[in-house]
Design a protein around this ligand. Structure first.
Ligand code: CU
Length: 473
């Protein structure tokens, strides 16, 4: 090599390393779902040092159902990572010594073979380090790509990395991290105990669970996302798959702006956005009215029967012009309706004490009875009889079992008030029927007592639909 070339080559090498060395070093901020690291304030590139750990651990996938998840950072989805376009990322992947499996990471934000997979292959109790430059802005999925890849992903090994554009993102009031995944268990949805992965179901693409953030109810109740009227919310939505495409929708909201597939194309006024397996989208919307807004995969059986349901609870003053709320309620019961059953797909819970029965029974009540008999069992005059202090209920609990199992129609009197209507048979398991009746009997001034699974099983065989004399239906 000529001296001049050598000098150029050396100079080039020095220049490169000098540039890398001159970048300020910062620690990568990682957050567990549904939280997102704060917006990046830097107006220049940095060398971002990221330390992520793979951990295999048992967590609840639903009430009373456990699953051995494989995770990035101990949660499903894994930790959210936020960097800036042009940053140089020094990625440390550690595999916890208690792991049974090697793991690695393929970040869709990486330009290079395997997205980092080969360079990050890490045995239990080891750490791998590799570097990449975040060339393209956008919201990207990362996942484990160790064989069998499908199984590592199905066990929860995915998350999101946001590469903010150089100019940053417009500020919003709230940012959240929601990621969908499908899960395949040996037992059916809700079957209790520790469930193992079912490869056959995964290959057939027939999940038992389709979830936001790794568990039934991960975004419900006191874990709901929150915001206030007047605020703008930005949801970073990912889909780990392994198989299903998500039709992401928020009931009662319209996305003002969607970054389609997490890229630079913006769509406006969107009802439902597709999030491919191994893909993402960013949905933004301003909140005009308070209430509970339900996040679903609009492939709707997934939402109501497989768990793909979350909640955004919005607080603040009503705006009756934007949304009035119910202005009237009338009874509509066409003549000739027959006793029919309403299917029920809730997890089967096995109670081992009266306290359990009361707890589980309350859930069954809320899911199956409350719509008609109301939250405190008060019923609706002229339409649905009260269960609170009901003489019809308390004087004959065997009949009450029959009502729940087989249905009831025709004229009845409850506490002196006449009803002549139809209650459909509830298709509940013996367990659920026993629990809900025990709950009802011990609530709202009723006479107490316990209804057992066995009693219900007996009436299932011996009982039948109660059709009261004088039934016009
Ligand atoms: Cu893995």
């Amino acid at each position: 090599m000529k001296l001049s070339n050598l000098v150029t080559a050396l100079g080039f090498t020095f220049a490169l390393s000098a540039q890398a060395a001159s970048l300020p070093v910062v620690d990568g901020v990682l957050t567990s779902p549904p939280m997102v690291p704060p917006p990046i304030q830097r107006d220049h590139a940095a060398r971002v040092v990221v330390k992520m750990e793979t951990v295999e651990k048992v967590m609840e996938i639903a009430d009373g159902v456990e699953y051995m998840f494989w995770t990035f950072g101990g949660s499903v989805p894994g930790q959210f990572l936020r960097v800036r376009e042009g940053d140089e990322v020094e990625f440390h992947l550690s595999n916890h010594p208690s792991s049974k499996m090697p793991h690695n990471i393929d970040l869709h934000a990486v330009t290079g073979p395997g997205g980092g997979a080969a360079s990050s292959f890490t045995a239990p109790g080891h750490t791998s380090i590799f570097n990449f430059k975040a060339l393209n802005p956008g919201l990207y999925v990362y996942h484990c790509a160790t064989a069998p890849v499908g199984m590592h992903i199905a066990n929860g090994m995915y998350g999101l990395i946001l590469v903010e554009p150089k100019e940053g993102l417009p500020p919003v009031d709230k940012e959240y991290y929601v990621m969908q995944g499908d899960f395949y268990t040996k037992g059916a949805y809700g079957e209790q105990g520790l469930q193992s992965f079912d490869m056959d179901k995964a290959i057939r693409e027939q999940p038992d669970y389709v979830l936001f953030n790794g568990a039934v109810g991960a975004l419900n109740g006191d874990k709901a996302l929150t915001a206030n009227v007047g605020e703008t919310v930005r949801l970073y939505v990912g889909n780990g798959g392994p198989n299903l495409v998500s039709s992401f929708h928020v009931i009662g909201e319209i996305f003002d702006k969607v970054s389609v597939e997490g890229g630079n194309l913006y769509n406006e006024n969107v009802q439902t956005t597709l999030v491919p397996a191994g893909g993402a989208a960013v949905a933004e919307f301003k909140l005009e009215v308070p209430g509970n807004f339900i996040l679903v995969d609009h492939s709707i059986f997934r939402a109501f029967n497989k768990g793909a349901l979350g909640m955004l609870a919005v607080d603040g003053p009503e705006d009756k012009i934007v949304y009035s709320g119910k202005v009237a309620e009338n009874i509509y019961l066409p003549e000739g309706s027959a006793v029919q059953s309403i299917p029920n797909g809730h997890p089967k819970l096995v109670a081992s004490s009266k306290d359990d029965q009361l707890l589980f029974g309350k859930r069954v009540y809320e899911a199956n009875c409350q719509a008609c008999h109301q939250a405190s069992g008060q019923g609706i005059p002229g339409a649905f009889p009260p269960l609170a202090g009901s003489d019809f209920l308390n004087t004959d609990t065997t009949r009450a079992i029959d009502v729940v199992l087989h249905g009831l129609k025709g004229p009845i009197k409850v506490n002196g008030q006449a009803f002549d209507s139809i209650m459909p048979a509830m298709s509940l398991s013996d367990e659920d029927a026993a629990n809900v009746l025990t709950y009802v009997l011990n609530s709202w001034d009723n006479s107490g007592g316990v209804i057992s699974r066995e009693q219900v099983a007996k009436r299932r065989d011996e009982g039948e639909a109660i059709i009261m004399e004088g039934s016009a239906h």
